[in-house]
Design a protein around this ligand. Structure first.
Ligand code: HEM
Length: 310
């Protein structure tokens, strides 16, 4: 008997794969002869990734600021990736839903606990100088953060509480967008005038947001939860996972972010002004924003005290 491995079976499978695509197997096999073997750095695109941290000043701590924001954007991408699998699953069940929700929550937990990298990790004096080169930009303009919100809840829960009564499922999406809670960071409701923070953001992303809002209108996490059978909606672990996610995104992360902002903007070198120009102390606190993804999963008291005990 020969010691040579027998590849007949593998070759047959390859042949059926390429036959099914009306492709010539031989060309593909020959390609293998000449293709380069994969390396870690080619696969991860390390060089491209590490060339993206470009400072606007010479302050060393600006690097921390840029890199940490980029890490956040990568994690936001992973969160959206997991949400989309719940949104598009045709045979959604409790086990799958809960496991994805736990993945999403772990990512947000990580973002929350790591916020000290911002809170403690930069020299306040350096920050107070390089931040001026960033005006009028702000993390507020993170599009993925907004997509996570649209993909998590019914649109009505993202509408500024003052206008909720005027908006329902028949309201055009464009009108709803004009009344999202985050408009308050840069819109004068009396004159309709918007800050550059908001105008620049909308010029770049408005159309994309409207398409995404439409797509997720019926397949956001809350809609998918409500499609589950009644007993699944009462599953203790799933409800716990939903509440944990809501609390982490809308209270714990928001507070970690708010405390970092307070440290730098109100600290000894801070001037009290946000780069994006919002009335940030009011705007950013969860007790004013009262953003809740899954209000039906909280008691009246819990909702009343949202963000007040932190
Ligand atoms: C020193 C660190 C930070 C400070 C001082 C800070 C400050 C602020 C301020 C003042 C706002 C309100 C809008 C404005 O007027 O600019 C804001 C919004 C925002 N920032 Fe930050 N931020 C920091 C770090 C981060 C990081 C690391 C992220 C992660 C991507 C981030 C994401 C956001 C988001 C998503 C908003 C909008 C929140 C909302 O609409 O409720 N920020 N930030």
């Amino acid at each position: 008997m020969s010691d040579q491995p027998n590849y007949d079976n593998l070759l047959k499978k390859l042949q059926s794969k390429y036959d099914a695509q009306s492709e010539d197997t031989e060309n593909y096999l020959e390609g293998l002869l000449y293709s380069k073997s994969i390396t870690y750095w080619d696969y991860i695109h390390t060089d491209a990734l590490l060339s993206l941290q470009i400072q606007r000043t010479t302050f060393p701590d600006e690097m921390v600021f840029i890199a940490y924001h980029q890490i956040n954007e990568l994690i936001f991408k992973m969160i959206l990736w997991e949400i989309s699998q719940v949104a598009d699953n045709e045979n959604l069940d409790v086990t799958f839903f809960e496991s994805k929700l736990m993945r999403i929550s772990r990512y947000f937990d990580m973002l929350t606990t790591s916020f000290n990298i911002m809170r403690e990790g930069m020299d306040a004096e350096q920050y107070s100088k390089f931040r001026h080169t960033l005006t009028p930009a702000s993390g507020f303009q993170s599009a993925q953060y907004r997509l996570i919100e649209f993909a998590s809840t019914e649109l009505i829960n993202l509408i500024d509480a003052r206008f909720r009564k005027t908006i329902d499922r028949n309201t055009p999406f464009e009108h709803a967008l004009e009344h999202l809670y985050w408009q308050a960071a840069g819109k004068d409701y009396k004159t309709g005038e918007k800050s550059s923070l908001l105008t620049n953001f909308e010029n770049r992303y408005k159309e994309e947001f409207i398409t995404f809002m439409k797509t997720y209108n019926t397949k956001n996490l809350w809609s998918r939860f409500k499609e589950l059978p009644k007993e699944a909606q009462e599953d203790k672990d799933l409800v716990k996972a939903m509440r944990h996610y809501d609390h982490t995104v809308n209270i714990t992360w928001v507070m970690a972010h708010y405390n970092a902002a307070k440290h730098y903007i109100l600290g000894p070198d801070g001037d009290g002004e946000a780069t994006g120009g919002s009335d940030w102390q009011k705007y950013m606190h969860p007790k004013y924003q009262r953003r809740v993804f899954f209000p039906e999963l909280w008691s009246t008291d819990e909702l009343k005290n949202w963000g007040t005990d932190v």
